[in-house]
Design a protein around this ligand. Sequence first.
Ligand SMILES: Nc1ncnc2c1ncn2[C@@H]1O[C@H](COP(=O)(O)OP(=O)(O)OP(=O)(O)O)[C@@H](O)[C@H]1O
Ligand SMILES: [Mg+2]
Length: 272
Amino acid sequence: MNQPLTTSSTDNPLQATSIPLLAVQNLQKRYKTRQGTLTAFDGIDLQVQTGEVVCLLGASGCGKSSLLATIAGLQSADRGEVYLQGRSVRQSQPQVGVVFQDPCLLPWLTVAQNIAFGLKLKHMPSLTRPELRSRIAAAIDQVGLQGFEQSYPHQLSGGMAQRAALARTLARRPQLLLLDEPFSALDAITRLDMQTLLLRIIAQQQTTVLMVTHDIDEALLLGDRVVLMARHPGRIYQEWQITQPKPRLAHSLTETRCAILDALSTVMTLPT
Ligand SMILES: Nc1ncnc2c1ncn2[C@@H]1O[C@H](COP(=O)(O)OP(=O)(O)OP(=O)(O)O)[C@@H](O)[C@H]1O
Ligand SMILES: [Mg+2]
C-alpha cells in the first residue's frame, strides 16, 4: 500500500481466514512523566503473517521500541490487544524472542552459559541436560560462534557479542523474533555480515520477524514489508510491500527507497 494510512483494519484477527502469527489491535501506550502523561503510540493496528519479515522505520521518539516492548509483554499496554496466533497475550511468551541493540550478556557467564541462562528463564519449558546442551550447540552453530562457547563477553568483539545475544534468543526456538535495532551499534562491515546471517536464519527456519531499524537500506534488504511510523503520538503512517526475491541489492530498490525517504521527510514535518 503506497498511500498514507490514516486508519487501519480493525478486523478481529479471530475472524480472519488465516490467523496471523501476530496481530496488534488499537494498541496504545502512555507513560507518566514529570511533565504529565506522554502517549508513546496510539491506535496501532498491525498484523504479521507466519514467515513474514516486517521492518519498522520511523523518526527517533516515534515509539518503535515502546511498541516492541509492549508486544513482547515487557510492559503493559494502556489500551488494545496483542494476539499471538489469535490468542490474546499480556505477558512475555516463550514463543517470542527479543534482541536489543545492546547484547545485554551477563558478564560473569560464558557464551554457552549466557545461552543456557535464556533457556532456564521461569516461563520457559524445562529441558533435560542433553536437550539443553544440544540447543546451545545448535544456536552456536547457527550464528557461527563455534570455538567461543567458553569465552566471556569481554573477550568478544561487538559483532560476536551480538551473535551471542542472537544465539541466546534463537536457542529458545521462538516463533516470533522481535529485533530492536540489533545491528545499529556495529560497524558497516560487521553489520552487513550480521544482515547476511539473519537472512540465512530467516530462510532456514522460516522465522517470523518484526524488526526496528533506522536504516532504510537494511529494511529494504531484509523486509517483506516496510512500515513507517509517524510520531506524537506514534502511529502507523504508511507501508510498502517489498516483493523482490532475496537476497537483494539495495540499489535495485531505488524507487521504493526514494518513496520511503519522501514519506519520512513528510512525517518529520507533520503537525503534532
Ligand atoms: N519508560 C519511559 N518513561 C517515560 N517515557 C518514555 C519511556 N520510554 C519511552 N518514553 C518516551 O516515549 C516516546 C517513544 O520512545 P521510544 O523509545 O519508544 O521511541 P523510538 O521510536 O524507539 O526512538 P529511537 O528511534 O530513538 O530509539 C519518547 O518520547 C520517549 O521519551
Ligand atoms: Mg528505540
